[in-house]
Design a protein. Structure first.
Length: 223
């Protein structure tokens, strides 16, 4: 069954992300690296969001076995996707704010360590992305939301790596900020797309692919 496969994969990603988050936070505290700590906390927000996606699958499974449930269990996935999209939007705005703050108050960075952790984060996210990758036929808002969180995290890790490396090699600290700004704009665009699509599903509006044929009966011609 396809849904159960999503459920297992999502749980694996939750665990993977959670472990990485703990490692980052512990090392961040140990090395006094703000970048690490920030990345760990970001990871935490994704752990919450992807955990939500996993819970949604569990709920759908429980509900589909329950005869008393008369609702549409697929909506659970849209609802979870919507909530997750909202978290993604907040996440992006937080990065935006942080980047702007860094711009005005540059901080001393322990480059090597920060880069190593960012790379570990990136590897974990890429692995998670492979786990969560799904073909279009089996897509739902929930798996898409979890996938976007992982990709968003990979994007921020990548921008951190590029920014830190550039800052270390050519002493251009602001690349970090620029990369973070670009990442957050991309993530904002994704999360808004997700909110639109899952919101439409929640409101029983036809989604973009099935626009045609749903409209008859809605056109009232005024003479």
């Amino acid at each position: 069954m396809e849904k159960h496969q999503h459920e297992k994969k999502t749980l694996m990603v939750v665990l993977l992300t959670a472990i990485t988050m703990l490692v980052e936070i512990v090392y961040g505290l140990k090395t006094n690296s703000m970048a690490l700590l920030a990345d760990g906390i970001h990871m935490g927000s994704h752990v919450l969001a992807i955990g939500l996606s996993w819970l949604a699958y569990v709920m759908v499974r429980k509900v589909s076995g329950n005869q008393n449930f008369s609702g549409n269990s697929d909506k659970i996935l849209s609802l979870s996707g919507y909530s997750s999209g909202l978290m993604l939007l907040i996440f992006a705005i937080v990065i935006l704010v942080e980047a702007v703050e860094r711009w005005f108050n540059p901080v001393e960075i322990v480059y090597r360590e920060a880069i190593i952790i960012a790379i570990i984060g990136l590897i974990v996210n890429v692995a998670s992305a492979f786990l969560l990758h799904h073909d279009h036929a089996h897509s739902d808002h929930n798996i898409r939301a979890a996938y976007l969180h992982v990709i968003a995290d990979a994007l921020t890790s990548l921008s951190a790596i590029l920014g830190l490396t550039a800052a270390m090699l050519w002493d251009i600290p602001f690349i970090d900020t620029v990369a973070a700004l670009i990442s957050s704009f991309v993530i904002i665009k994704w999360s808004i797309g997700l909110l639109k699509d899952s919101g439409k599903a929640l409101l029983d509006m036809p989604s973009d692919g099935h626009e045609h044929g749903h409209h008859h009966g809605h056109h009232h011609h005024h003479h």
